[in-house]
Design a binder for this molecule. Structure first.
Ligand code: SF4
Length: 315
């Protein structure tokens, strides 16, 4: 069965209106089936397509321009490939982005990544906490393993804590940490050198990090930040099935929410800025597995692990 957040079916790429296109600044790999299909495209466009692709030991990928644009991206933001061959001709990465998947036995969860501003708008402006919905039956009905059941139950409790409308966001974050046996020091400034040592993409992020302060999430913004927290929990906790880092991943979700919140509190407070800060954080940090791993390692160093809390009634 395929599950997704309730906002997922409403996603639409804004293409030419996108200010931070995923067709700029990222290496775009081409899967083998699509590469083979591209080799059969005839005529002038087929030649242009062939000239746009590099085949090397890592596989096929698009030859980015000196300013790191996909060579098939037009100046007006439209994709020549779609215009000539239709959306079905996109390679897997282009067709998928900004979607992600987490796999369980008999269950696949889909989501939208915050590095896309159109996805960010959907995620952060949703009218209520995220609900998971079944979107398709793929015929896979294997039962969940015990570990998967426990992890999903823990995440469900954490998501309830994150979406609790009776508490301010700071208290919700404390409950989420408590619920998952995670610990996070109060000071945000101690994290600045750790973030500063991460891989970087955009100088805008350097400026945000340099200006990082201890500011709390401003009053009146509890719900958008609870959705941000819910997004990080939904996306990153399932990977604990592979690496066992449930507490660290929970703390990463809370830390990420607090970092975005601190920068948000320091400037103009409107939804557009929150979407932009979340986009920047997502593309700099959560889309770079080395960066996520470095943060999980740093979080592990400050964790005092405790058992998930059936003992706590708040979660
Ligand atoms: S980042 Fe999102 S909105 Fe922008 S071009 Fe990519 S998929 Fe479309």
């Amino acid at each position: 069965m395929l599950y997704a957040p309730d906002y997922y079916p409403h996603f639409q790429c804004i293409a030419a209106d996108c200010r931070h296109s995923c067709c700029v600044g990222w290496e775009i790999d081409i899967d083998a089936d699509t590469r083979a299909a591209y080799a059969d495209v005839p005529g002038e466009f087929g030649q242009r397509l062939a000239d746009s692709i590099i085949d090397d030991a890592d596989g096929a990928h698009f030859r980015l321009t000196p300013d790191e644009r996909c060579p098939l991206l037009r100046e007006d933001g439209l994709c020549r490939l779609i215009l000539h061959l239709g959306e079905d001709a996109l390679c897997q990465i282009c067709a998928d982005h900004p979607r992600f998947r987490n796999f369980f036995s008999g269950r696949t969860e889909l989501g939208l990544g915050l590095c896309c501003e159109a996805a960010g708008k959907l995620i952060l402006s949703a009218p209520a906490p995220m609900q998971l919905i079944a979107i398709a039956d793929d015929g896979d009905c294997d039962p969940l393993t015990e570990d998967e059941r426990e992890l999903l139950a823990l995440r469900a409790r954490a998501l309830i804590c994150a979406g609790n409308p009776t508490l301010p966001i700071a208290a919700r974050m404390a409950e989420v940490l408590d619920c998952c046996g995670a610990v996070l020091p109060d000071s945000l400034l101690a994290w600045r050198p750790i973030y500063a040592a991460c891989n970087r993409l955009d100088p805008l992020w350097d400026a945000e990090l340099d200006a990082l302060d201890e500011l709390p999430i401003p009053p009146g913004w509890d719900e958008p930040f609870s959705r941000l927290l819910g997004y990080f929990l939904y996306r990153h906790l399932p990977d604990a099935l592979t690496d066992g880092r449930t507490a660290e991943r929970t703390a990463f979700a809370v830390l990420s929410t607090r970092i975005v919140g601190a920068r948000f509190a320091a400037g103009e407070q409107n939804l557009a800025r929150l979407i932009e800060l979340a986009r920047l954080y997502s593309s700099e940090i959560e889309y770079d597995t080395d960066n996520v791993d470095a943060l999980l390692d740093a979080i592990a160093a400050v964790q005092t692990q405790s058992e998930p809390c059936e003992r706590k009634t708040l979660c």
